[in-house]
Design a protein around this ligand. Structure first.
Ligand code: BPY
Ligand code: FE2
Length: 330
């Protein structure tokens, strides 16, 4: 099965408008010009006004953020309970690849639902199927995203490294890390890039589906299942530094200092996002172009320098999830 990229993700949030402010003012994202499902009008019609008016807010109060040519990459939906993942969208090439994926999943005894036309409209895609990973994260596989080629960051000169590499990466806490790892690698077809073993025990596993060093990472920490962080890659170290200036000016808590990872060579900082889990902002991430020659490695330490506080952040985020774990999700 050939997943091409991590295409979109949906989160629940107490107040999606908080994400709109955070996403635009701190991260430098842009409200979606049109929210998925609404009309773009006719090409070249100067009188057509998109109903949501480029505010990125849909009728039900959901917020859609854009960070590259894709119509949207993040969907934030009002939810009093679940402030974690509502859906993870993985992209495949076309409808035949989607049908192949469905057949492959069913052969591997994974329950799959066909997305309806309304479901596809709600994501702005050609079609999708729905399933769950073994940690209970809702997964969607889709084809034909909507692109508008009109990203312009509210932060001067900032761009995100996304496009065919996908929106960035997710690191998920998975109590049944091995089973979840098997699902992503053996069934969805991700490749292990490398892993970092904490104190010789469990650690973090980094998996790729395109040249981006990892689009998905899994970590086991106690019994927590849910988000640890989402990473967005910006164009340069200067853009990371400027983000850090905005973070400090807005008094946003930093959960890990600036540092450089030993495996993907990313220079990044982790901050507490509006939902309580972390957001990593980084640059200079390694792309793997010699896929056939690449050999997965194990590392025994995480960083070349910096990233102080990252282990405390994992402990805190997972403790919060475990506290809230009536349904096992954050
Ligand atoms: C390591 C981490 C990471 C990344 C690359 C390498 C990591 C994060 C948390 C705890 C341990 C490692 O992108 O996020
Ligand atoms: Fe990361």
């Amino acid at each position: 099965m050939e997943i091409k990229s991590l295409g979109y993700i949906g989160f629940g949030a107490k107040n999606p408008l908080e994400w709109l402010k955070f996403g635009t003012e701190i991260l430098g994202m842009m409200p979606a010009r049109a929210v998925p499902g609404e009309s773009w009008g006719f090409p070249q019609d100067p009188n057509f006004k998109i109903a949501s008016g480029g505010k990125g807010i849909s009728e039900d109060g959901s917020v859609y953020l854009k960070l590259d040519d894709y119509q949207w990459r993040l969907g934030i939906h009002q939810d009093d309970e679940n402030h974690g993942i509502l859906y993870i969208g993985f992209e495949v090439d076309n409808v035949s690849k989607l049908e192949e994926a469905k057949k492959h999943l069913l052969e591997n005894k994974i329950d799959v639902l066909d997305g309806s036309e309304d479901d596809a409209k709600a994501r702005g895609v050609g079609g999708l199927i729905k399933l769950s990973d073994p940690s209970g994260n809702p997964v969607e596989i889709y084809y034909e995203p909507t692109l508008d080629y009109k990203f312009q960051s509210p932060i001067p000169n900032q761009t995100f490294v996304a496009g065919h590499l996908g929106l960035g990466h997710l690191m998920i806490l998975a109590a049944n890390r091995e089973q979840t790892y098997d699902f992503y690698t053996k069934i969805l077809g991700f490749k292990l890039t490398d892993y970092i073993s904490f104190e010789g025990g469990d650690g973090a596993w980094f998996m790729r589906c395109n040249p981006r060093h990892h689009s998905m990472a899994l970590s086991k920490f106690g019994e927590a299942n849910g988000m640890h962080h989402i990473m967005f890659q910006v164009d340069s170290i200067d853009s990371v530094g400027k983000a850090l200036d905005r973070i400090n000016a807005a008094n946003i808590p930093i959960s890990s200092t600036l540092g450089k990872h030993i495996n993907d060579l990313t220079t990044s900082v982790y901050i507490k996002g509006p939902n309580g889990w972390d957001i990593e902002i980084g640059a200079d991430t390694l792309n793997i172009h010699d896929d056939d020659q690449w050999i997965p490695k194990q590392f025994v330490e995480g960083d070349i320098w910096g990233h102080h506080g990252i282990m405390d952040s994992i402990a805190e985020v997972s403790a919060e999830i475990e506290e809230k774990a009536d349904d096992g999700k954050n």
